[in-house]
Design a protein around this ligand. Structure first.
Ligand SMILES: [Zn+2]
Length: 312
């Protein structure tokens, strides 16, 4: 590769993007879709540095440094802060992008564009329809089905899936050295470099995830509704904890489905058929959908855990 991206995996996509830069064939807007924490936002940030750096992406100049820290005057980074993006935010953004820029480009990076409700997306669409010379939009989403098709049709689309475990393990080994928790982190991260890196850096987050995995395993191993319901009571008011739980559950079940099809004597096969696990996965996705739409969280979570009581 031409540039030192320091991104885990996704080599084909990065190669293709480098080709676009080399051939001076950049689009005025990109959409990076794919799995949560697969590296989309980091890629958008590095791409901004590559485009803005006057020294062929040196990593050390004022432009590179200030993009890294989020203070570059011509590179607006809108990180996902868990809040939806309103029409007024979009208008403010458009106003900013119309100011004359000092740098080579004016770059706007928006993490998780699905945070814009439909009417804000419609308003944003107008900006995408009238590209202004030096402005480049780098948008990311982990919920492509929530991005208007009209937006999708006006951007160049790259998809970033999960990264192979061995690529992830190699990266962690070379970045953090040999550490006892590495194998567990790779298992928990399920191909998401962003998650793996944050678990390596933050021992508290690692212990919390480990606890969640243990909890989910216990839920699947035992019929104990009162324990399950009291767990729900403990997290029902904390949106972040609910999301961590649902995400961990999703990854746990993905791995379980894989293990069920590859291991003859998996201990949980005594309790569940593969079909039951696939069905549970379905219920889990529905739970996530309902919770996003503000259905009673407690009921939705309890209903999910009731499904873990079922025997074959
Ligand atoms: Zn530089």
């Amino acid at each position: 590769m031409l540039y030192k991206w320091d991104i885990v995996g996704h080599e084909n996509q990065l190669d293709q993007i480098e080709r676009e830069i080399k051939e001076d064939n950049l689009s005025h807007a990109y959409l990076f879709s794919g799995t949560k924490q697969s590296g989309k936002f980091s890629i958008a940030k590095v791409l901004s540095m590559i485009l803005q750096c006057p020294n062929n992406f040196c990593h050390t100049c004022k432009d590179c440094e200030s993009i890294k820290s989020g203070s570059h005057p011509d590179t607006i980074l809108m990180e996902d802060d868990g809040v939806s993006i309103k029409i007024d935010d979009v208008r403010e953004l458009v106003r900013k992008t119309n100011l004359t820029s000092q740098g080579k480009y004016r770059i706007v990076v928006i993490e998780n564009i699905e945070r814009m409700p439909t009417e804000a997306q419609n308003s944003f669409l107008k900006t995408l329809e009238e590209p202004s010379g030096k402005t480049i939009f780098l948008l990311t989403t982990s919920q492509l089905d929530q991005v208007l098709l009209t937006i999708q049709s006006r951007v160049r689309h790259y998809h970033f899936s999960t990264v192979d475990d061995n690529i992830l393990a190699d990266y962690l080994q070379s970045t953090f050295g040999q550490r006892a928790e590495m194998t567990e982190v790779v298992t928990m991260a399920q191909g998401r470099p962003g998650l793996a890196i944050s678990l390596m850096k933050d021992s508290e987050a690692f212990s919390y995830q480990k606890g969640l995995y243990h909890q989910i395993e216990t839920f699947l191993k035992k019929n104990d509704l009162s324990q399950k319901f009291s767990f729900v009571e403990g997290i029902e008011k904390d949106a972040e904890k609910i999301e961590l739980f649902l995400d961990a559950f999703t990854r746990y079940l993905r791995k379980l489905i894989f293990d069920f099809t590859h291991q003859k004597d998996h201990p949980l096969k005594k309790r569940f058929s593969l079909k039951a696990i696939v069905n549970l996965f379905d219920v889990l996705e529905k739970t996530r959908y309902f919770i996003k739409r503000n259905v009673n969280k407690r009921l939705a979570l309890e209903n999910l855990l009731i499904q873990t009581e079922k025997q074959k």
